[in-house]
Write a protein that binds this ligand. Structure first.
Ligand SMILES: [Zn+2]
Length: 106
């Protein structure tokens, strides 16, 4: 998952950001949808029905029981910041880098 890809679905303004990412679950849903655009699949048996455990931090395959951590291998993995804080920081950085808008870090 690259930052650029993560940003491609991003809102255009602070207000849109707040509306799109009200909760940590919203952020997690976004990260999962970016990582698996067609829905999460089990990497072992390719089953597409995964249960969400631990508030969505673990996806467990309903067929073979394999557990997938959607944040594993991303910068979100071991962070103490909230997902929303991370997404907002990345959004601001990308906005500036690509000149999509003039919003700076307040
Ligand atoms: Zn499986």
């Amino acid at each position: 998952m690259t930052g650029k890809r993560l940003m491609s679905q991003y809102p255009a303004s602070d207000q849109e950001f707040e509306e799109a990412f009200r909760t940590e679950q919203d952020c997690l849903d976004h990260i999962i949808s970016v990582r698996w655009p067609e829905g999460p699949r089990c990497p072992i048996c390719l089953h597409d029905k995964l249960w969400r455990n631990e508030k969505g931090l673990v996806l467990q395959c309903s067929a073979c029981g394999h557990k997938t951590r959607p944040l594993a291998g991303t910068i979100f993995q071991d962070t103490h910041l909230s997902l929303k804080s991370w997404l907002k920081i990345m959004w601001h950085m990308m906005s500036q880098k690509y000149g999509a808008n003039a919003i700076g870090l307040a």
